[in-house]
Each structure stands twice: as structure tokens, then as C-alpha cells.
Design a protein around this ligand. Structure first.
Ligand SMILES: Nc1nc2c(ncn2[C@@H]2O[C@H](COP(=O)(O)OP(=O)(O)OP(=O)(O)O)[C@@H](O)[C@H]2O)c(=O)[nH]1
Ligand SMILES: [Mg+2]
Length: 303
């Protein structure tokens, strides 16, 4: 995981030959770091922010002349990355479920993102995780667009023993979501997980459908689902969905196959909201809570 980015950062640190921490030598390091970040699919604006923050930390830190600046560069880079990966807005799913339970209403979550990023599988994984923690769930088959999508969610529902509220293909996705919320209210179910059709960013019809779902059910959480392998296109997806729908939190999938590792840094920075889970495989167990430390440890070499 993230092998390429880690190797490149490691190489950069080894190559550091500066013996002072002057604006000129810091500029030399950050220029190279910027290139490495961009090559590893960190968005340009994010790479710039990392380098700016690193510069200001390095320049304000007291550093003895002629002592080895590598440890300082490493620890400062770690600090900058942790800061970017820890947005001020915090989202704790289990806390949210508990809050809703206290109010006697179901927690409603809408999942959205482009085609094939793992929305439906993430819903199944989270349904299982919530069930294991003792919460009841219902799935809403709000992808009424892609052939086979309803059966796909129903299969997960059968395996997990989770009820799926569905209508027919072509029916109004917002109505399906609305039915599922009503079902949850009447059966005292804790969480409603709403699947939606994968939409190409340029498809304004599908975007309007998603806006309608949000207008009708006013989900408590709007979760953007992204594919870590998408590379730089992820940045335009996050920007667009954030503008049109609003992103409360993200899930980043296929992290098991991601050698570059830039996506998670960019998604948090650009959406200005946290990644809450990472998908790391095709089985229900292959999901884990997002930890900024885990990402940073995978990017920054130990020494
Ligand atoms: N390796 C790996 N594969 C994943 C992961 N998440 C999803 N997949 C696979 O990606 C493919 C698409 O997953 P879906 O859950 O159908 O994606 P979707 O976003 O619902 O797709 P659409 O409904 O077509 O938009 C499936 O083959 C999944 O098994 C992951 O974290 N790692
Ligand atoms: Mg799907």
C-alpha cells in the first residue's frame, strides 16, 4: 500500500544535503517534494498547501547550524500531513447512530459517487459492521438506474439478513428512499443506508435525482464514496459533489490496490471533511475506520 509514494519520499529525505534550514535550502526540498506529491496523485492545490505549511514550520523552527536536518524535515512533514488529514469537522458514525436513537428517529445515510467505486459494497460492509455492534439496519435500493443493481443489493441483504426496500427499475429513487425511512420509523430500525446510482460527473439528470433524494429525505449524513485508484479525477469528483450535494464525510475504497497513496490526502483537503472508512478488499470484513496516523505511517519512512 502506498509503496511508490513512500519510496519517493524516502529517496527525497536520503538525498537531503543541506546543512542549514534557510529559505533557499527549504525551497529546494519543497520543490522536489511538490513534484513527488503530484506524481503520486496528490492534487496540485493540496501539494501546494503541504509544501507551504512545511516551509513555514521549517523556517520557524530553531535548528542548529551544520546539524543533520533530516529528522526535522521528517517530523515536520509528518506534522503537516497529520494536520491535513485531520479536518476540524469530525464525524463519528457510531456516535451519530446513538444520537439518533436517543431522539427516537433512524439515522439516514445517503451514499453517492461515480460508477463502480464501491458504493453498494460499502453499504453492505457498513450494514454488517452496524449489525455486529447491535444496531438494526434497512437498505434502500435507490439505484433504480443500472440493470442488476437492485438484485445486487438484495443479495447482500439476504446474506446479511437486512431488509431491502425496493421498487422497480426506472422508478423514482427519492420515493424508494422515502419508503425506506418510513419503514425504519414504523419498525424502530436504527439506520437507513441509501444506495444510489453511480453517476458520471457530467450527468446532470442523475445529479438532479441525487439532489431530489437529499431534498425528500434530508439525510443525516451525505457520504461521498471514492475509488483510490481514480487518481487525479477524484479531485474534480469531490469538488463537484461537494458543490452540488454537500459532502459530510467520505469513504475511500480499493486502498488495497493503491500504490500511489495521494488520493486520501487530496480528498480530505479538498472536501474539507473527514474520510471515515477505508475499503480494502471485496469481503464484508474489508473495511476499517480511517486513521490519519495509519496513512501517514504508510507514506513517511520511519527514519
Ligand atoms: N479490491 C477492492 N475491490 C472493491 C472494493 N470496494 C469495491 N470493490 C469492487 O469494486 C466493484 C464495484 O463495486 P460496487 O459496490 O458494485 O460499486 P458501485 O459504486 O455500487 O457501482 P455502480 O452501482 O455500478 O455505480 C466490485 O467488483 C467490488 O467488489 C475495495 O475496497 N477493494
Ligand atoms: Mg452500486
Amino acid at each position: 500500500m502506498f509503496d511508490q509514494l513512500r519510496k519517493n519520499v524516502s529517496k527525497l529525505i536520503k538525498k537531503i544535503t543541506i546543512t542549514d534550514v534557510s529559505p533557499k535550502s527549504v525551497a529546494k526540498i519543497t520543490k522536489e517534494l511538490n513534484d513527488i506529491l503530484i506524481k503520486n496523485e496528490v492534487a496540485v492545490v493540496t501539494a501546494d498547501a503541504i509544501c507551504e505549511n512545511l516551509t513555514s514550520i521549517l523556517l520557524k523552527t530553531e535548528h542548529a547550524r551544520f546539524s543533520n536536518p533530516k529528522p526535522l524535515v521528517l517530523s515536520s512533514l509528518r506534522e503537516v500531513l497529520l494536520d491535513i488529514l485531520s479536518p476540524k469537522k469530525k464525524v463519528d458514525l457510531l456516535e451519530k447512530v446513538e444520537e439518533s436513537k436517543k431522539k427516537n428517529t433512524p439515522l439516514t445515510i445517503a451514499f453517492f459517487g461515480v460508477n463502480g467505486v464501491g458504493k453498494t459494497l460499502s453499504i453492505a460492509k457498513l450494514g454488517k459492521m452496524l449489525q455486529d455492534k447491535g444496531y438494526s439496519c434497512v437498505f434502500a435500493a435507490g439505484d433504480t438506474f443500472r440493470a442488476g443493481s437492485i438484485q445486487q443489493l438484495q443479495k447482500h441483504g439476504e446474506k446479511l439478513g437486512i431488509r431491502v426496500i425496493a421498487q422497480t427499475y426506472g422508478s423514482d429513487a427519492a420515493a424508494v428512499a422515502f419508503d425506506a425511512v418510513n419503514h425504519a420509523i414504523s419498525k424502530n430500525i436504527d439506520v437507513v443506508l441509501i444506495d444510489t446510482a453511480g453517476r458520471i460527473e457530467t450527468s446532470s439528470n442523475l445529479m438532479a435525482e441525487l439532489q431530489k433524494i437529499c431534498k425528500v429525505v434530508e439525510p443525516d449524513l451525505r457520504i461521498f464514496v471514492g475509488d483510490a485508484l481514480t487518481g487525479n479525477a477524484l479531485v474534480s469528483q469531490v469538488t463537484l459533489f461537494n458543490e452540488k450535494i454537500g459532502i459530510d464525510a467520505s469513504i475511500l475504497n480499493k486502498i488495497d490496490a493503491d500504490v500511489k497513496g495521494g488520493a486520501s490526502v487530496s480528498v480530505t483537503h479538498i472536501s474539507n471533511s473527514p474520510i471515515i472508512f477505508l475499503g480494502k478488499g471485496q469481503e464484508y470484513k474489508d473495511i476499517e475506520p480511517f486513521s490519519p496516523e495509519f496513512i501517514v505511517n504508510n507514506i513517511i519512512p520511519a527514519k
